[in-house]
Design a protein around this ligand. Structure first.
Ligand SMILES: Cc1cc2nc3c(=O)[nH]c(=O)nc-3n(C[C@H](O)[C@H](O)[C@H](O)COP(=O)(O)O)c2cc1C
Length: 455
């Protein structure tokens, strides 16, 4: 009899007040207003490591949600991912109080040259001793592009084309610029680095020119663990080529399964194996000591939801101004240059179901575009296992409703029950984040594009 597949958990958050549950910041027990304090992040990191989470995934956007009503007022009023601080800067503090937790940080490659970014990630990989990952995004907000000197964001597929070149540049810097034996650090010979073993990358492309060497010596993983979340046809081609971990969110198990299957097909097309990448499906867990207590908690949370805030979020994700539609109008797919998968998941992806604007806004109001799994601990574990088995995902990217109550419930109640069922690990693997995730070496495998480039 084969062993049961074990479920993985990632925590999904952002260096901001309201992430995927707009309105819940006003809940009396919510702690997200402390996002400006290191103590908030170090407490969270310790909690997640106690729960043996793979990692903390920090979302980020460089712009403001101003699509809804062509104004940023709703986003500001309800703290919809604004105010927001830089995600990279909180990582060293969390790394200092943990030993195993991974840090998947989002960074939009559209708005910064690859050369300084490659150095920042190498620095983080050194400081975390190989526990850093990069969620590769290209952005979806015109408001970001406008504040960075562009009239509007680049076209959807063109962003991915630029991203392909961006990755080639950073791969060359991380993987090829410094040979393993370049650093001698020899006080007797007084030679720190052998110059013959450090190479300029000579990159001359459509978007970037980088002739010189990487500024950092090789870090434990060299290339950080690569995360990605695009699921459009162009997005899938990109993730099939590059991603080691993929985040997906779909409102039904059927849609999630289709996305997982499509991603696995994209991996195969790029000469990679299913075992080369992990898929995390988004979910929000609401539980308590009993079913009645969980129901009470869910009702209490719902009291703080705010439709205006949800519509500001939904409009930003989809590029469609939902202020222009009646709340009872059916959501329709309108192609534009924002992200495509979010809108598709409430329209053309599942023709058997129609969503009104109100229903979509209410759905995302608690936990974003994934399901809410609620009930007693046993109920929640049944639902987790059922989604896990039905969709072929490797784990869950867990959103939260109330910080850090949601994650405390998961760590204190759900993890022990999953462990009892043989569905969750009881200890971390040693090594870097990549070693923990894939049980092999700290570097990308030989079939990955980054390892096939030559100078
Ligand atoms: C779970 C999840 C998390 C995401 N986090 C971010 C983020 O933090 N910042 C960002 O700019 N985009 C983020 N995205 C958006 C994706 O990077 C991508 O732009 C989006 O899925 C649309 O791509 P597509 O049209 O190829 O599907 C996220 C998407 C998902 C599904």
């Amino acid at each position: 009899m084969s062993a049961k597949r074990q479920i993985r958990f990632n925590a999904f958050t952002m260096n901001t007040v309201g992430h995927q549950a707009p309105g819940l910041w006003a809940h009396p027990r919510d702690q997200m207003h402390r996002y400006r304090q290191l103590s908030y992040w170090t407490e969270l990191a310790r909690l997640l490591e106690r729960g043996l989470f793979d990692g903390i995934f920090l979302a980020d956007v460089l712009g403001i949600y101003d699509v809804y009503g062509a104004s940023h007022d709703a986003a500001l009023h309800h703290a919809v991912q604004v105010p927001s601080n830089d995600p990279l800067l909180i990582i060293p503090a969390m790394a200092a109080v943990t030993e195993h937790l991974g840090f998947g940080t989002t960074f939009s490659l559209t708005y910064e040259h690859p050369y300084p970014f490659a150095r920042r990630m190498s620095t983080l990989d050194h400081l975390t001793e190989g526990r850093v990952g990069w969620n590769i995004v290209t952005g979806y907000l015109d408001s970001a592009a406008k504040n960075l000197g562009m009239a509007k964001q680049m076209a959807h597929d063109d962003r991915y084309d630029m991203a392909d070149e961006y990755l080639d540049v950073v791969y060359k810097l991380w993987e090829l610029s410094w040979e393993d034996a370049a650093i001698e650090r020899n006080k007797a010979t007084r030679r720190f680095t052998n110059p013959l073993r450090v190479h300029g990358i000579g990159h001359e492309g459509v978007h970037f020119s980088v002739p010189g060497i990487h500024l950092c010596e090789p870090s434990p993983q060299r290339t950080p663990v690569l995360y990605q979340a695009g699921a459009s046809s162009r997005g899938r081609l990109f993730s099939g080529r590059h991603a080691e971990c993929v985040f997906m969110c779909m409102p039904t198990a059927q849609l999630l399964k289709r996305s997982v299957d499509d991603f696995h097909a994209a991996l195969a097309e790029c000469g990679r194996e299913k075992s080369d990448a992990l898929v995390y499906g988004q979910a929000l867990i609401i539980t308590g000591e009993s079913r009645a207590k969980a129901e009470e908690k869910l009702a209490e949370y719902r009291h703080y939801l705010d439709l205006d805030a949800s519509l500001a979020l939904l409009s930003g994700w989809t590029g469609v101004d939902f202020a222009k539609f009646d709340l009872d109008a059916t959501v329709e797919y309108i192609e534009n240059d924002a992200g495509r998968t979010a809108l598709a998941s409430f329209s053309k992806a599942d023709p058997s179901r129609t969503w009104t604007v109100r229903a979509a806004a209410e759905f995302i109001a608690l936990g974003g575009r994934g399901p809410v799994l609620s009930g007693s601990v046993a109920d929640v574990c049944d639902q987790l296992v059922s989604w896990f088995e039905a969709t072929g995902i490797d784990g869950f990217n867990l959103a939260f409703a109330v910080a850090n109550e949601t994650f405390e419930d998961v760590v204190n109640l759900v993890v022990p029950e999953l462990q009892r069922q043989g569905r969750y690990r009881s200890a971390y693997q040693p090594g870097t984040l990549r070693e923990k995730l894939f049980g092999r070496g700290p570097r990308l495998p030989a079939n990955h594009r980054a390892r096939q480039l030559v100078l």
